[in-house]
Design a binder for this molecule. Structure first.
Ligand SMILES: Nc1ncnc2c1ncn2[C@@H]1O[C@H](COP(=O)(O)OP(=O)(O)OP(=O)(O)O)[C@@H](O)[C@H]1O
Length: 453
């Protein structure tokens, strides 16, 4: 016995009892009504899976209009219920009209029992898959909202930041590719999320990929996906980030760190607006808004033959430059207060404040690691500070900002940082070239940079 609720509506009592007997053998609940006027007030109509509905009720009238009228009523009150129309007068145009208005199927009277049961069965299967799709859509929607929300919002009120935000909101309305540039930790990813959330794609997904963390060998499978068996570890078919971002925004961070070979593959996907999974030869069309970010000087990299000019031209239709924290004036203190209350909450402290001398220290520091460095500094101060007033000594600012030619590193860690910065400066921010010079892998360099700021 299949668990399903079926309602039969027909003014002919013998039709009702014949259908009731037939359907009761197969389905858990079958009810009947002989007067269609009861439909509107029928209890729990929305809980019915199937309604079998006669097309002609008034004796002598067989235009089917009553059936169509009640079909509309049911669809209004319970859009999820599948309605199967029944008529003794097999007019094809009436059937077509009913199907056009949303009926699931059509049965001619007198019916053949097997055929009727088969029709009910497939209408039920359709209704169940619709239900499943609806519930998946709802889940997907709340998942997307959850992912898109992130935990952070943009704090600051400086002129430099406001100019950036104006541009972000202007560009968000279009679908053009955007390149966000700026030093490490200036908030490029946050800006990319804001761009997405202000765009027409805001209800779709935002997928971020850190290109600095994707190895050369995994680039294609990570971005374009793969088919089962395409390589040793490919145990099943997997969609890549382009497909996952379908309809939404794909954010490629650290774009300056791609090799020339991977740049060519990326360019081809962007140009054709389609990808091919590794191990397959079937192109899959993709509809994404592409946002890239970098702390490298891509124009210089083009001049040095390290970045493809045609790729740069594709990704930077609009360029948004995020200012360094030291160029954002009072935002330093506004952000410091913001992080202070965040970490007071996190570590169960209250009433902490930053005194004047400490504020001056924060304002005077050049923040080479920008907002990420500021938030780590505040977190340390909240954890380690004693008493309610945070003083200059509670803010441990590194000597990393020292000018390589004049400042002298005091610790091994500072020496390492200085070497990293010098190598990066020499290679226009390119991780691969800097890592080569330092004799470490690109991944190791990348981890050190992320940890160091
Ligand atoms: N305006 C802001 N208000 C609040 N928090 C911010 C702001 N800008 C950045 N942050 C925080 O600073 C940290 C670094 O930001 P984000 O990762 O967006 O920078 P990024 O420029 O993308 O860094 P990277 O170049 O290293 O990828 C994050 O924790 C982010 O939430």
């Amino acid at each position: 016995m299949v668990a399903a609720k079926i309602l039969v509506v027909d003014d002919n009592k013998s039709v009702l009892s014949a259908l009731e007997i037939l359907l009761q053998f197969e389905y858990s609940e079958v009810n009947t009504i002989s007067n269609p006027n009861q439909i509107s007030s029928y209890p729990n109509l929305a809980s019915y899976d199937i309604v079998l509905l006669d097309m002609n009720f008034s004796a002598g009238v067989n235009s089917g209009n009553e059936g169509l009228f009640w079909l509309r009523e049911i669809r209004k009150k319970s859009p999820e219920t599948s309605v199967i129309m029944m008529t003794a007068y097999g007019a094809v145009d009436l059937a077509v009209q009913a199907l056009k208005e949303g009926a699931a199927d059509f049965i001619l009277k007198p019916w053949n029992n097997d055929k009727l049961l088969a029709t009910v069965k497939s209408a039920l299967a359709l209704r169940n898959s619709k239900k499943e799709i609806d519930s998946l859509k709802k889940k997907q929607h709340s998942l997307k909202q959850h992912i898109n929300k992130g935990n952070d919002f943009i704090v600051g009120n400086s002129k430099a930041l406001n100019q950036v935000m104006n541009l972000v909101h202007k560009v968000a309305k279009t679908d053009v590719n955007v390149l966000i540039t700026g030093e490490n930790g200036t908030g490029k990813e946050l800006i990319a999320r804001e761009l997405h959330l202000s765009s027409g794609r805001k209800d779709e997904i935002f997928i971020g990929v850190d290109m600095g963390a994707v190895t050369e060998s995994l680039f294609e499978s990570e971005l374009f996906g793969h088919t089962k068996g395409a390589f040793t570890d490919a145990k099943e078919d997997r969609a890549g980030k382009f497909e996952a971002a379908q309809g939404g925004t794909l954010f490629l961070d650290e774009i300056g760190n791609l090799s020339l070979q991977t740049q060519a593959k990326l360019l081809s996907a962007i140009q054709k607006k389609e990808i091919v999974r590794v191990g397959s030869n079937k192109p899959i069309p993709v509809d994404i808004r592409l946002v890239c970010a970098t702390n490298c000087d891509l124009e210089q990299m083009v001049a040095d033959g390290l970045f493809r000019e045609d790729l740069l031209y594709r990704i930077n239709t609009i360029q948004i430059k995020v200012p360094a924290l030291r160029d954002r004036g009072d935002d330093i203190l506004v952000l410091a207060e913001f992080f202070l209350s965040r970490y007071m909450n996190k570590y169960g402290k209250s009433g902490l404040r930053i005194n004047q001398a400490a504020q001056e220290k924060l304002m005077a520091y050049p923040w080479p690691g920008n907002i990420r460095e500021l938030l780590h500094t505040l977190e340390r101060a909240v954890i380690l500070g004693e008493g309610k007033v945070l003083k200059p000594d509670d803010f441990l600012l590194s000597n990393k900002a020292a000018n390589p030619s004049t400042g002298s590193p005091r610790t091994l860690e500072e020496m390492e940082w200085l070497m990293i910065q010098t190598a990066l400066d020499r290679h226009g921010g390119n991780y691969s070239a800097a890592a080569d010079e330092l004799g470490i892998s690109r991944q190791t360099l990348y981890n050190k940079i992320k940890k160091g700021t």
